[in-house]
Design a protein around this ligand. Structure first.
Ligand code: ACO
Length: 429
């Protein structure tokens, strides 16, 4: 017998179906609620609201489980490559060798961006934040490929847009980085793989050969895989909602980049290092900052701690902590900021406030540390996250389109002024 939920409104009782997911997650299906009862639900921040049925990523925050299309994140991070994971997320299954070779080749062929785009970079003010640049550049791709704006375009065109996005995002990110340094741009070198090509465009110079360090390439591959999707988070939901109006994929992804930028979401990796810099400048005393984070009258929070869904540990943080240790050891890094990070982690994990609220370091705590060790400027950290998250955004957008999801349009409970008459200016107090 199918399960039902009963709600009582006044003297009337209504029955609502229970929906069960493939990992036995339960939800009350309220899609007919308003039609039946003339009531809506109120759930600010969507803490209890499932926005869609999705077959992409499974996340169990209580038990620290994260799976892409059923595959545990630990296995993917250890054994897979970022492009293979991108294929998996976007197409639903792991590719065979022929499929992966074809996929990799197609992406390789689209790494260049139109020369006209390089002129945009010159127009940004000095010191422009690379996330602002990235979202602008991604949105502007739609103007270079106007066929992408047709909501009824053929599937082959959509595939081409997806390929272009995956191929061009690292190039655009590296261009933003090079412009900010005042260094000459490096064009992609398509004989290299995705990660090595990106590292070379970021750190290479036209006057010398760039040698990719395999420990760094491995850490980068893991970081991108760990960030590749995280079900209905702030930026993924943004991409789906923007796309649900049939706005083109480039614009939807650009909106996702903007959503990711905020310090409570992807921007936390930048905020972690900025917080540690402030602690160091302040003399390094940890107690004052822990007390500030606990003080309800102080808006300061420990950046890189806590998560809306993970309440025991963030499985991505466990994997990345090891990669972080490897990178620090390999590079022989001795940085007071990194020592402070370790000290902060130790103190916070023993503090009753953080224990009671189940606040643990999230993936952004360690990813910021690795990026710093790699010599990536703080403002570029969230750009790195965006490159990793791109396949997830694309997969979420594609699923929304294929499922024919209706336009996203929440309801509200209006609490403003009730009807009143317009008062002419000379009668206002
Ligand atoms: N420092 C201090 N206290 C915290 C922190 C923190 N980082 N995070 C949560 N809390 C406290 C809250 O004050 C609240 O305490 P209370 O119950 O006494 O009022 C309790 O823990 C629950 O916090 P909420 O804000 O209700 O949790 P929510 O799920 O809404 O927020 C979030 C999750 C936004 C990630 C939050 O933990 C936070 O701001 N963390 C710092 C920013 C960060 O690292 N973001 C990256 C998240 S990972 C990602 O997006 C990729």
């Amino acid at each position: 017998m199918s399960e039902i939920a009963k709600i009582q409104l006044g003297d009337k009782q209504y029955e609502l179906p229970i929906i069960t997911g493939s990992e036995d997650e339960k939800g009350i299906d309220i899609s007919k609620l308003r039609a039946l009862t003339n009531h809506v639900t109120l759930d600010i921040g969507f803490k209890n609201t499932g926005a869609t049925k999705s077959a992409i990523t499974y996340l169990d925050g209580e038990n620290g489980i994260l799976q892409y299309r059923g595959y545990p994140i630990e296995q993917l991070a250890e054994q897979s490559t970022f492009l293979e994971v991108a294929y998996l997320l976007i197409n639903g299954d792991l590719p065979n060798k022929k499929e992966l070779d074809y996929y990799t080749e197609s992406i390789r062929h689209h790494t260049l961006v139109h020369e006209d785009m390089s002129r945009f970079f010159q127009a940004f003010p000095t010191g422009a934040h690379p996330m602002g640049i990235l979202s602008t550049m991604v949105a502007s791709l739609s103007t270079f490929y106007p066929e992408s704006q047709d909501p009824n375009r053929a599937m082959a065109d959509v595939e081409l847009t997806i390929t272009r996005l995956l191929a061009k995002l690292p190039t655009l990110a590296a261009m933003a980085h090079k412009y900010s340094l005042g260094q000459p741009l490096l064009y992609p070198k398509n004989s290299l793989n995705y990660i090595d090509n990106f590292l070379r465009m970021m750190f290479g110079l036209p006057v010398e050969e760039y040698e990719v360090d395999p420990v760094i390439a491995d850490a980068m591959n893991k970081l991108l895989i760990l960030h590749a999707d995280h079900e209905q988070n702030c930026s993924a939901s943004t991409v789906r909602i923007v796309g649900s109006s049939q706005a083109n994929l480039y614009s939807s992804i650009s909106a996702g980049v903007s959503a990711l930028w905020g310090p409570l979401h992807g921007g936390a990796n930048q905020a972690v290092i900025e917080m540690l810099e402030s602690i160091r400048k302040d003399g390094g005393g940890m107690k004052k900052w822990i007390d500030k984070a606990k003080d309800k009258n102080d808006s300061f929070r420990l950046m890189g701690f806590g998560h809306r869904v993970y309440k025991n540990f963030d499985p991505r943080a466990t994997i990345i902590k090891t990669a972080c240790d490897n990178v620090l050891e390999r590079l022989g890094i001795d940085d007071p900021i990194l020592d402070l990070a370790k000290e902060l982690e130790e103190v916070a994990l023993k503090d009753q406030y953080f224990i009671d609220r189940k606040l643990f370091p999230n993936v952004d705590f360690y990813s910021g540390i690795i990026y710093k060790a790699l010599g990536i400027p703080t403002e570029m950290f969230t750009v790195m996250f965006a490159i990793g998250r791109l396949p997830g955004w694309i997969a979420q957008w594609k699923e929304m389109v294929e499922n024919n999801d209706p336009i996203g349009r929440p309801r509200q409970i209006y609490v403003g002024a009730t009807r009143r008459d317009y008062v002419p200016m000379d009668k206002r107090s």
